[in-house]
Design a protein around this ligand. Structure first.
Ligand code: CP
Ligand code: NVA
Length: 330
């Protein structure tokens, strides 16, 4: 049977997504208090996790390698200059060959179709470590962060008890936003997105986000605007990301101009009427143009716990997709 892959939060039911988040958070608590869950000890013993990264990475690389080691496995980092992929060998051949020797492939590529093709022909689970459309490991960590920072309401297996929260995304409509919106839709968290004109969520992605709500009793609602103040109104969490994603470097000048006025500042939060307790999140790496220092380094900022939670998200995802072969259970 073909293995189960994690290419986007869209691949998960609400119950599975909530379980990955809860498992990440409970493993975090247990391991930090010195009690490593016995089910994790040596769970990747003798197993290799191949990490095919065609782009730079700090958090995804370090968290995946550290998670693999904590579970007794061996991470094998394959950067873009290390293997034949793309230059001298097809995705198909690479996928068949690497998957015949390892237990999991964690891949960071440019095009979503590259990671999807890799998964199609791989005999082991493929976990998307960021492509131009999705970033599922980031979004598991983001929901761990939200789950731990806000008091969840009573909930069932398919929910994290975060219904009714509102996330305002101010900045570029990119890979991180798309998967975040899919996760929010599934968890009943509302999102309002402010981008400059011409940088809105593409129509085909809006459809993907909308369909994430199918079968969810109260799916999160998504709204879009070109006015940052409108987006932050009544928001619990303000989020942004770089205005120039990896691969868009040539558009840098044009984007700086288009996004001027979209920097997240306390003044914007006040003017727009964010909730009094509003918090700030960012997947990192961060540049000063998208968020002021005064917000980024303030008590409202969750960015460093959010980054640490990448480790716990990686452990949870490796447990679910490699150790338990795609069966996501508590
Ligand atoms: N947030 C994130 O994915 O960071 P890296 O690009 O450093 O892995
Ligand atoms: N949107 C950013 C995220 C980096 C983690 C990028 O794709 O470069």
């Amino acid at each position: 049977p073909s293995p189960r892959h994690l290419l986007s939060i869209a691949d998960l039911t609400p119950a599975e997504f909530a379980t990955l988040v809860r498992n990440a958070s409970s493993h975090k608590q247990a391991i930090k208090s010195g009690a490593i869950p016995t089910s994790l000890i040596g769970s990747l013993s003798g197993k290799t996790v191949a990490m095919m990264f065609n782009k730079r990475s700090t958090r995804t690389r370090v968290s995946t390698e550290a998670a693999t080691v904590q579970m007794g496995g061996h991470p094998m980092f394959l950067g873009k200059d290390d293997i034949q992929l793309g230059v001298n060998e097809s995705v198909y051949d690479t996928s068949v060959v690497i998957s015949s020797m390892v237990s999991c492939i964690v891949a960071r590529v440019a095009k979503h179709s590259d990671v999807a093709d890799l998964a199609k022909d791989s005999s082991v689970p493929v976990i998307n470590a960021l492509c131009d459309s999705y970033h599922p490991l980031q979004i598991i960590a983001d929901f761990v962060t939200i789950y731990e920072a806000f008091t969840p309401k009573a909930h069932n297996v398919s929910s994290l008890g975060l219904e009714g929260l509102k996330i305002a995304w101010v900045g570029d409509a990119n890979n991180v936003l798309f998967d975040l919106a899919i996760g929010a839709t599934k968890m009943g968290v509302d999102m309002s997105v402010a981008t400059p004109k011409g940088y809105e969520i593409p129509a085909d992605m809006l459809k993907v986000i909308k369909s994430a709500g199918e079968g969810v009793p109260t799916p999160g609602k998504l709204t879009q605007t070109n006015v940052p103040e409108e987006a932050v109104k009544d928001a619990d969490i303000l989020v942004t990301d770089t205005w120039v994603s990896m691969g868009q470097e040539e558009e840098s000048k044009k984007r700086m101009k288009a996004f001027s006025g979209f920097q997240i500042t306390s003044d914007l939060a006040t003017r727009g009427g964010a909730k009094e307790h509003w918090k700030f999140m960012h997947c990192l790496p961060r540049h000063p143009e998208e968020v002021s220092d005064e917000v980024f380094y303030s008590d409202r900022s969750l960015v460093f716990p959010e980054a640490e939670n990448r480790l716990w998200a990686a452990i949870s995802a490796l447990e679910g997709f490699v150790v338990n072969k795609g069966k996501i259970v508590e």
